[in-house]
Write a protein that binds this ligand. Structure first.
Ligand code: UT7
Length: 334
């Protein structure tokens, strides 16, 4: 018996209304619009108001994905996030309850900026195992809450947001069927993208005693090189497994970390840079929300069209990376 494929049937996104421009950041930090624009391509980002938690963004994106799919509910919720509402419990059950989904299975996936790819794999697994006939897969993050207010290298980059898709059980030949999905990790790089304390290694009491660093940290330059190599190689490999040449990929919707990373990834794959939709100029790096937000933007502008041979790829903390191939389906992003 061939396993049931996961078919992308709806797409939704949500950004908190407050916009912070480079200009506004440069009034607070030792940075300039020129530096941020030239080194990253980012011009502005959305930031959640104090009191808005990740679940709030996830619910808004989830509602829109359900509406886009034309369904009132789903059988399960998988939420990719690095900024859950609380360290315990997971945030997905609260999101499911807020969406009125009753007692469906709901859990979080933590793979930082690769989280959405990992969550797609988890959602596909629920469908293949016949645990569910439909799954809401959400990527949502509120990095503004974990950034060091004085760290210009992270404050310039990250923004808040959420994106979501509805997956339904279907046939692998349908448009929207998630094709080959590749995931990887290298835990020897755990220090490169990290929040060092608040977990079991350096518990909260060390933070309150002033002995530990509670903020998100990233070794930007090292991560930059790894992101290019891993995303380019993962994207090339899933295309090969899908039976496409790298040149045959119409659109690569990649994690939106830095415009120079997108360009370098295109160059490594020897593909025109125009095949990589860009959304980071308007939202920055939104971590687990990055890929679904970029999908919604590209599908909304017509840059991504039904039938396009599409590859999603991401890289993030862990270190983790992943890629997934699919023929873009006729969905209307909301
Ligand atoms: O989402 C997960 C994956 N994340 C990524 O893939 C991010 C990858 N990394 C990057 O995007 C880039 O490395 C950054 C945008 C984070 C940094 O750009 P860079 O060109 O690699 O700069 P750098 O970290 O090597 O820093 C160069 C200089 C430093 O000054 P010194 O030490 O040379 O005096 C930084 O302090 O740029 C300085 N700098 C800034 N200057 C003005 C760093 N951030 C800023 C800033 N404004 N916002």
């Amino acid at each position: 018996m061939s396993p049931r494929a996961a078919v992308l049937a709806g797409l939704g996104s949500w950004l908190p209304p407050r916009v912070v421009t480079n200009e506004e950041l440069s009034r607070e930090l030792d940075t300039t619009d020129a530096w941020i624009t030239s080194r990253t391509g980012i011009r502005r980002r959305h930031v959640a108001e104090p009191g808005t938690a990740t679940s709030g963004l996830a619910v808004e994106a989830g509602l829109r994905a359900l509406k886009s799919a034309g369904v009132p509910d789903v059988d399960a919720v998988v939420l990719a996030t690095t900024t859950p509402d609380r360290p315990c419990p997971a945030t997905a059950p609260a999101v499911a309850a807020e969406l009125g989904l009753g007692t469906v299975p709901a859990f979080d996936v933590g793979a930082v900026c690769t989280g959405f790819l990992y969550a797609l794999a988890a959602g596909s697994g629920l469908l293949a195992a016949e645990c569910a006939d439909s799954v809401l897969v959400i990527g949502a993050d509120t990095f503004s809450g974990i950034l060091d207010p004085a760290d210009r290298s992270t404050r310039a980059i990250f923004g808040d947001g959420a994106g979501a898709v509805v997956l339904r059980a279907g046939d692998s030949t349908e448009p929207g069927a998630l094709g080959p999905l590749l995931l990887g990790s290298d835990g020897t790089g755990e220090d490169l993208i990290t929040v060092r304390s608040g977990g079991s290694r350096a518990p909260v009491r060390a933070v309150t005693a002033g002995e530990a660093d509670p903020y998100f940290r990233m070794a930007g330059r090292t991560v930059f090189r790894a992101a290019v190599e891993r995303m380019a190689d993962a994207a090339t490999e899933v295309a090969r497994r899908a039976g496409w040449s790298a040149r045959g990929i119409d659109r690569i919707v990649a994690h939106q970390a830095n415009l120079r990373i997108l360009h370098a990834t295109a160059d490594r794959m020897r593909l025109p840079r125009s095949r990589f939709p860009v959304h980071l100029d308007a939202v920055g790096n939104t971590a687990a929300a990055s890929v679904p937000l970029a999908l919604a933007h590209a599908a909304g502008t017509g840059e991504l069209l039904p039938g396009h041979r599409t590859v999603l790829t991401a890289f993030g903390g862990g270190l983790t990376w992943g890629a997934c191939a699919l023929r873009w389906p006729a969905v209307t992003p909301l």
